[in-house]
Design a protein around this ligand. Sequence first.
Ligand SMILES: [Zn+2]
Length: 350
Amino acid sequence: MEVNVSLLKQVCEIAGAPGFEKRIRSLIVELVTPLADEVKMDNMGNVIAIKKSKKNPDAKKVMVAAHMDEIGFIVTHIDDSGFVRFHTLGGFDPKTLTAQRVIIHGKKDLVGVMGSKPIHVMSAEEKTKLPKTTDFFIDLGMSKEEVEKYISIGDPITRDRELIEMGDCVNCKSIDNRVAVYILIETLRTIKDPAYDLYAVFTVQEEVGLRGANVAAHGINPDFGIALDTTIAFDVPGAQAHEKVTELGKGTAIKIMDAMTICDYRMVDFMKKTADQYQIKWQPEILTAGGTDTAGVQRMGKQGAIAGAISIPTRHLHQVIEMAHKLDISNSVLLLNACLEDMDQYDWKH
Ligand SMILES: [Zn+2]
C-alpha cells in the first residue's frame, strides 16, 4: 500500500494549535464526509465520523481516536518594540525553539522568528545553561503599531515547516499527530465493512491533556477503543538498545502501555495475532513517559472500554522536524483496517 504523500502533506502543514483546531477540522470534515454514514461535531469541537457495520446490525461500538491538534503557543504580550511574548500549548523542549520560524494566526497569518540571546553576548555561566521557553520572544520584524494591526493577545501560534520526503521517510512539523489523522482517513477510505459500528473521532486538545478524547468517549460510550498516535523512535546515535522505545522502518507499533494507560491485554493480544495473520510488520511499544488519548478512550465511557493503541514510530518528536517512515505508516493503515474488520472474530471473554 502506497502512502498518499500529497494528502499527508496537506494534513500535516495546516495549522491547529490546541483549542484552535478550526482549519484542520474543516479540512477533516471535507475529507471524511464522503467516506462515512454520518459526520457530527460535539460542543468541544471533536469530529465524529460514523461508519455502521453492515454484517452486524445493532453492533457494539468501537471508537478510534486520532488527535488533530498540534503543539503550539499563544500570544500573551506585545512589547513596545513589537516583540511578542507567548505561552506554550503543549510540551516543548526549549532548546529546539532557537531560530525557528513560527506563524502567528491573527487577523492574518504573520511569520515570525523565535529570537533569543546570541552566544556572542552570553556570559560564561549563561552558555552552560539550558534555555527555558520564557527566554524566547517572537520577532515579526515590525513595529508595535504594525504588529497590533494584525495580532492580539490570545492569538494562536504554530510551527512553520513544510513536509518533505527523505529517502523512505517523511519529515514535517506536526507528524504528531497528523500522520494518525491521515491513517484514520485512509482507513475510512479503504475499510470494507467494520465488524462493529466504527466511531472515527478526530479529537481536540490532546496535547494539553487528552481533553477532547475524554469528552468524546463520554459521549460515545464505546465498548472497544483504539487510539492512534505517534510514539518515540530513539533509534539514533548515542541511544542504547533498551532506550529506543521503537525503531523507524520496523513496522507499526502495538502499544502495551504508556504513562497513562495499561492497554487491555486482550486488545494487545488481538492486535498481535491480527498483525501476524495478515503478515503486517509490527513492533511492541512501551512508553514510560507521556500519555495518549488511549487513556480517555479506555476510561471515560460508562463501563470503560477494552482499549489499546496503534502507534507510529517518530524521530525528533515535539520538534519542528518530526520524521516517520512510509512503511510504518502503511502498515498502520493495514493493521487498523484488519483489526476493525475482524474484531468480532476474537473471544473477548477469555
Ligand atoms: Zn500526539
